[in-house]
Design a protein around this ligand. Structure first.
Ligand code: F55
Length: 838
């Protein structure tokens, strides 16, 4: 750094972020004219978006620098959130709101000739995630910064995020999401690089003192480069960091030896192979396919992140045993589990610690969050594949397993089956490494993401480990969502109304303050405003529907929404069968009977994994039903069926505030938590749902009268499945009629949907659609009845919102901080003695 006596000029010319409209406009014009080399004569909305973002980026990076200096100076414990997915969505609107300058920007842009809403719309979503798991990581980053925790996210800088979904003739078509054309929110750090090794061999030798050392040699090297994304807290001095790694060939642009020897093609091919590692996000949610490139991604990202974390720790010159006092690492699912092995390797192979001392440091450092009980989503890696790619890591895993199994044997002598059951290595053909078991053994805490889910992992998939480690190692942290994005940003009018009744925007920092709304649940004037806002949000969505599908929907109809990844366990098929049932019912009615019906718009959205054929069939069926129903003049406004293309974070911000009822109807015991359920209720919509995931806790908070629950309970699922398998099950008659209509060709080609129907009729109905169908459609009838009484409906919505305080990701992050990470917030008041803070 610059010597003390030469810092005057630095202090004098220190960059200051804008805080007035004039300063903002000056920044925008400067970026248009210099960074973008344009002028007022050729500044379109894209350029205006670019310049406005760059103006905000300037401000963020100043706060970012101050925060990092403060955290380094205070030398306090940091948490590192390792996630292969960060589903961030758009950054500009969020940055404006979090730094409290949206109005300044709005007026400034208006003086420069632009509407801020149009500028916001220019931004491409950062979609580096599949669904709930990735969005949770993004909400956590927002909360950690908003609560002033010293926290970094570590992830991969995919060149292609989750694919863009197009619907062509009713079928999903995937289009690559190249999002890096212009991304003002990242800072390339070409000086921060790490060389990552793959393949090669392990040589073991004894030194003079007889100590065994392992050396991992040969193989290939890929270079990791850091790209930093600033994460501003809401109304705090903290701007944290999300560090994303990008891969390239280690030898620079080309391998010069090959290049000079004329082997130009293969030198370019090497380069491309290295870049492939961070090229694309795997588009499967809740499915593990065991591909080598995915394991490469995991090691590349984990090794670079750990190198970075260890490098930072070593600067403090502390003893290794203090590592867990300075560093907490949270594993977002098993995807980063290699970090456990990599830290052990660093400590024993590179830093020369004894195994036991190293292992104690490692296991105090890590926490593991499980997000699923679905067997097909539990990660396993084939031992031969592992052996080839990461030979030293496999040895260390075998050691970890040996010591672990020895301890189990001591504790439970003679339980041979137990050893086989809990072994990190599954004795199959080929042998497999069970990553969840490795994560449990190498962490000090394991948590599920909602109460039911945390109970289930303790009694089913991780039962043996509860016996071995005792129940205290396993805990629950119910998921949450950030009210900044999911209320204030997505639903500004509702946020403003709430602020006017609760004494300002304090509820955005302490969401339990929403309880002040309950006293207005019968306030006529308040209810009218509430209803107007919901209507306006529905009009906004209706316009989007018209513009993207051509279908006109009536904003006064009940909007029934199910948006999430398409998966059989989430049961969009049950929803569309229910829609067909409704259609058949309407068709069978007289015009008089039809007049009594509540008009409904059934809205679906979500991506199917490209290789998940059944999920794609569900999308096709929804579109096929829509094509028939939406043009049927018998039906008119009584029923419309919409599939919204390319559901993503920014679209969610328009869709969620427009719902009257949303569907969270997974087979009981399959949806670990769900988080959109929380978003919908927070925005004044009610839920129809099963007793699954966080629905259960939402019910406890809002009260049974304010939610439409139906269906079998998770404790009955095994028995019901058994009944299907052994032929003691009769198809529900109303579902049988739905199947008849599909099979008679009402919705087009019969063969298209035979697998979907067959899975239920002939192949065991694993997700218990037919067991829950009757209860589902009956509950939908209750929804219709309830919606007719608008006065009561609105009261239910207000009461529900008032009781949603628990589901803030701030509450959730505070629980992690206290019970897993053992870290404290850091603000300029408690951390800064150098005068760097504001
Ligand atoms: C992605 C890749 C793999 Cl290999 C496995 C799972 C996923 C994934 O996307 N999982 C996921 O989104 N899980 C969801 O996590 C949410 C946050 O905890 C839960 O709310 C939700 O229930 C769960 O399905």
């Amino acid at each position: 750094s610059i010597p003390e006596n030469q810092r005057e000029a630095w202090k004098k010319y220190q960059t200051k972020g804008f805080s007035t409209k004039e300063e903002f406009e000056k920044g925008v014009v400067r970026h248009v004219e210099t960074t973008l080399a344009r002028s007022m004569f050729n500044c379109d909305e894209t350029a205006a978006y670019a310049a406005a973002s760059l103006a905000f980026r300037d401000r963020l990076i100043i706060e970012w620098n101050r925060t990092q200096q403060r955290q380094t100076f205070a030398d306090s414990k940091r948490v590192y959130y390792l996630s292969l997915e960060f589903l961030m969505g758009r950054a500009l609107d969020n940055a404006m709101l979090n730094v409290g300058l949206k109005n300044v920007a709005k007026e400034g842009m208006s003086e420069l000739g632009f509407r801020i809403e149009d500028i916001i719309e220019q931004e491409h979503d950062a979609a580096l995630g599949n669904g709930g798991l990735g969005r949770l990581a993004a909400c956590f980053l927002d909360s950690m910064a908003s609560l002033n925790y010293p926290a970094w996210g570590y992830g991969l800088r995919y060149r292609y995020g989750i694919f863009k979904q197009e619907i062509v003739d009713g079928y999903q078509v995937e289009v690559p999401d190249y999002w890096l054309d212009f991304n003002p929110w990242e800072f390339p750090r070409h000086d921060i690089t790490v060389d990552i090794q793959f393949y090669g061999n392990v040589r073991k030798y004894q030194d003079d003192k007889g100590v065994q050392t392992a050396v991992w040699e040969g193989g290939e090297i890929v270079k990791a480069t850091a790209f930093d994304v600033p994460i501003p807290g809401y109304s705090t001095p903290t701007t944290n960091n999300l560090r994303l790694w990008s891969s390239k060939a280690a030898s620079g642009e080309f391998d010069f030896q090959k290049f000079n020897s004329g082997d130009y093609e293969s030198s370019v091919a090497d380069q491309q192979r290295a870049e492939t590692i961070s090229a694309v996000l795997y588009p499967n949610d809740n499915l593990d396919r065991g591909k080598e490139l995915r394991l490469k991604q995991q090691y590349f990202w984990v090794a670079a992140s750990l190198y970075d974390i260890v490098r930072r720790f070593k600067k403090s010159k502390r003893a290794w045993r203090e590592f867990p006092d300075q560093v907490a690492i949270q594993l977002n699912d098993t995807h980063p589990t290699l970090a456990i092995v990599e830290l052990q390797r660093i400590l024993i192979d590179l830093e020369g610690l004894e195994w036991d001392e190293a292992w104690s440091i490692v296991s105090q450092t890590f926490g593991y969050t499980n997000h699923t009980v679905l067997p097909e989503a539990l990660e396993k890696w084939s031992v031969p594949l592992f052996q080839n790619l990461l030979p030293r890591h496999l040895q260390i895993i075998y050691e970890i397993n040996l010591f672990f199994l020895q301890s189990v044997e001591r504790k439970f002598p003679k339980e041979r089956d137990l050893l086989a059951r809990v072994s990190i290595i599954e004795e199959s053909q080929p042998k497999m490494v069970r990553m969840a078991y490795l994560a449990i053994v190498g962490s000090h805490k394991v948590n599920g993401v909602a109460e039911l889910h945390s109970d289930l992992i303790k009694t089913t998939i991780f039962k043996d480990f509860v016996r071995i480690f005792g129940p205290d190692k396993f805990t629950n942290v119910t998921n949450g969502i950030t009210p900044r994005r999911w209320l204030h940003q997505a639903n500004p009018r509702l946020s403003e109304l709430i602020a006017s009744k609760t004494g300002g925007y304090g509820f955005l920092k302490d969401l339990t303050m929403l309880n002040k709304l309950e006293q207005f649940a019968d306030d006529k004037e308040f209810k009218k405003e509430w209803q107007e806002i919901k209507y306006a949000n529905k009009v906004r969505l209706a316009k989007h529907i018209k513009a993207t599908t051509g279908v006109t929907v009536n904003p006064s109809a009940l909007f029934d929404i199910q948006v999430k990844r398409i998966h059989e366990y989430k049961r969009q098929q049950m929803n569309i069968f229910g829609v067909i049932h409704r259609y058949l019912t309407i068709k069978a009615m007289s015009p008089e009977e039809r007049k009594k019906l509540a008009p409904r718009v059934s809205i679906f959205g979500g991506k199917a994994a490209p290789g998940y054929w059944m999920a794609k069939t569900i999308i096709h069926l929804v579109n096929s039903v829509g094509a028939v129903v939406n043009k049927d003049t018998d039906v008119g406004d009584l029923l419309k069926v919409i599939f919204l293309e390319d559901y993503n974070v920014s679209k969610a911000e328009t869709i969620i505030p427009a719902s009257d009822i949303s569907e969270h109807i997974s087979t009981a015991g399959t949806e670990a938590s769900g988080t959109s359920n929380m978003k919908f209720v927070l925005n004044g919509g009610l839920i129809i749902g099963t007793c699954d995931g966080a629905n259960i806790e939402i019910t406890r908070e809002v009260g049974e009268n304010n939610i439409f629950l139906f269906g079998n309970l998770s404790e009955d699922v095994d028995e019901l499945r058994h009944a299907h398998t052994y032929g003691r099950h009769e198809l529900d008659p109303s579902l049988a009629k739905v199947f008849d209509s599909i099979k008679s060709g009402t919705f087009g080609d019969v063969n298209s949907f035979s697998a979907l129907v067959g899975a239920i009729e002939d192949h065991g109905d694993y997700y218990l659609v037919s067991d829950d169908f009757l209860s589902y459609i009956q509950t939908q009838d209750l929804v219709d009845q309830a919606y007719k009484n608008q006065d009561e409906w609105i009261s239910k919505c207000i009461i529900s919102v008032a009781r949603m305080g628990f589901f803030s990701s701030d509450r959730c992050i505070n629980e992690y901080a206290e019970s897993i990470w053992n870290i404290e917030p850091l603000t300029p008041e408690d951390g800064n003695t150098s005068g760097l803070g504001k």
